[in-house]
Every structure is written in structure tokens, then in C-alpha cells.
Design a protein around this ligand. Structure first.
Ligand SMILES: C[S@@+](CC[C@H](N)C(=O)[O-])C[C@H]1O[C@@H](n2cnc3c(N)ncnc32)[C@H](O)[C@@H]1O
Length: 262
């Protein structure tokens, strides 16, 4: 079990990880997904998957099997971001409320970060941000928005089902509204003192909402148990937290002292 520094509100006993097919995003999620609005600036280039990759996230499906599933997701999300009219959306209030806890310098990775609403917010705060997502359209929206604002933003087109994570060490790793259970592996890519922030709906959400369907949800109480031993929990809450959705929210930290500014 991870070490717990602060007691979460509504915490329940962690459970083991579910089947592999549950590791993917919630494409039908009507709320909490990318709210499609604005942001923008200096884009300093696109990093392709394959450049600076960590060994984390070895392929979870054999070559050949993954393509149709991933292509479906990519197509669906590309369409969604096109419909958004090129606006990244406002950052979640859940993230902005964490402002005092999160680093203001160093390297941040927004995994499955969509059109960059969170990546842009982090870049405005001074972090060196990499945005990774399967949707090239979403990444393009983020780059355009970053360029408008004069912000540096790296983007990586990847499929987490088959591509490794961009190499750390990361001072901050965000995973918002994307079902990723390999958090213990992610922890290995965090810098000492680095933070992991995960927000995702859990199964109880089905009591009030048909979507996301069960396969895209965390089990109730599951999230802290996915961390392994390497991280300590800074904050964890779970329940009917906002907008009538049942979510788990977790901030965890890799023990150690953050490196001085580079
Ligand atoms: C609900 S959206 C969340 C986006 C962003 N985290 C946010 O909160 O605005 C899920 C994201 O997961 C991405 N995604 C889906 N499947 C993926 C995969 N296999 N690899 C990488 N990204 C994926 C989608 O393109 C989409 O941007």
C-alpha cells in the first residue's frame, strides 16, 4: 500500500486493477472531458513518440490487434476536437484548486491531455510541459493555442496502449479523465519530489449517469491501490464531488527533494 500523508475524504479500501481492456479512455464521457475552449503561443516543436521514450508502458496488445481499436479512438477524438472549433477549453477547477500544491518549475507531462486545456494552464504557470495524446487534431489545437499565447509546449502523438511513456524524469504527471491503471510504472518516471495527479470517475457514477460505461471506469476505492510502493499519497478524495459525478481524485508524490532549478 502507498504511504498516506493526509487522510482523504471519502476514501475506501483500494482494490486490485481490473482487466486490460479497462485501461483505456472514456470517449463517450459527456462531462469532464475536454471542455472545448481557448488558450495559445510559441510552439517549440512537436516531439514524436519514439523520441526520448521511457521503457514504461510496454505494448499491452500484440502488434496487429491494437490498430483497429486505437484507430477508432483516434477517429472519435479527432472528430470531437474538430467540433470544438479549435478551442482547448478551460482547465478543470479540480486542477486549478491544486495550484498551491503543484510545482511551478520543472518538467510536466499531461498524459492523454487532449486539446491541452491543462497543459496550457501548467505552461502559463512556468512549467516546461509535454502534452501527449492519441489525437493529432487535439494536439494541433493545443499547439495553435500555445503559439497564440507565446507559450512553449511540446506535443507527442502516442497511443498509450502500444507506445512507451515519453521519458522522464517528470516533476509533474497529470492524468485527467483517462483510465490508466499502470500508475506504479508511471511512478518510476517521476523525479524525486515529483507529483502525480489523477482524476477519474468510478463505478458509482453509473448510479446517476449511463456514460462512461463500466469498462471505462475505475472501481470504487481502486485508485490508491494502483500506486504501488514508490509514491506517498498527498491527497485523496472520492465521492459525489462535483457536478453530480462520482470521481476519484488523487495527488501523490515521489519521496525525495526536488532538484534545484536548471
Ligand atoms: C476524456 S478525454 C480527456 C482529455 C484531457 N485529459 C482533459 O481532461 O481535458 C480522453 C483523452 O484520451 C485520449 N486518448 C484516448 N485513447 C488514447 C490512447 N490509446 N492513447 C493516448 N491517448 C488516448 C483522447 O484523445 C482524449 O483526448
Amino acid at each position: 500500500m502507498p504511504r498516506v500523508q493526509k487522510t482523504p475524504a471519502g476514501a475506501v479500501a483500494p482494490r486490485r486493477s481490473g482487466p486490460l481492456e479497462d485501461r483505456r479512455s472514456a470517449p463517450e464521457r459527456p462531462a469532464g472531458g475536454p471542455s472545448l475552449c481557448a488558450g495559445a503561443a510559441r510552439w517549440d516543436g512537436t516531439l514524436r513518440a519514439g523520441e526520448g521514450r521511457s521503457p514504461v508502458f510496454a505494448p499491452v496488445r500484440p502488434a496487429g490487434q491494437e490498430d483497429s481499436v486505437s484507430d477508432d479512438d483516434r477517429t472519435r477524438w479527432d472528430a470531437r476536437y474538430r467540433e470544438g472549433g479549435g478551442a482547448p477549453g478551460e482547465p478543470s477547477a479540480v486542477l486549478t484548486a491544486l495550484d498551491p500544491l503543484l510545482p511551478r518549475r520543472g518538467r510536466a507531462l499531461d498524459l492523454a491531455g487532449g486539446a491541452g486545456r491543462h497543459a496550457l494552464w501548467l505552461a502559463r504557470r512556468g512549467l516546461d510541459v509535454t502534452l501527449a495524446d492519441i489525437s493529432e487534431v487535439g494536439l494541433g489545437v493545443a499547439r495553435t493555442a500555445a503559439a497564440r499565447e507565446g507559450l512553449a509546449l511540446r506535443t507527442v502523438a502516442l497511443d498509450v496502449e502500444r507506445d512507451p511513456l515519453p521519458a522522464g524524469p517528470w516533476d509533474l504527471l497529470l492524468i485527467f479523465y483517462f483510465l490508466e491503471r499502470r500508475l506504479a510504472a508511471c511512478a518510476a518516471e517521476l523525479a524525486p519530489g515529483g507529483h502525480l495527479v489523477v482524476v477519474h470517475p468510478t463505478r458509482s457514477n453509473l448510479l446517476r449517469h449511463a456514460h462512461p460505461s463500466a469498462r471505462w471506469l475505475l472501481d470504487d476505492g481502486e485508485l490508491p491501490g494502483l500506486l504501488g510502493e514508490a509514491l506517498e499519497v498527498v491527497r485523496y478524495e472520492e465521492g459525489w464531488l462535483e457536478e453530480g459525478h462520482h470521481e476519484a481524485r488523487l495527488v501523490a508524490r515521489r519521496p525525495g527533494v526536488a532538484a534545484p532549478p536548471r
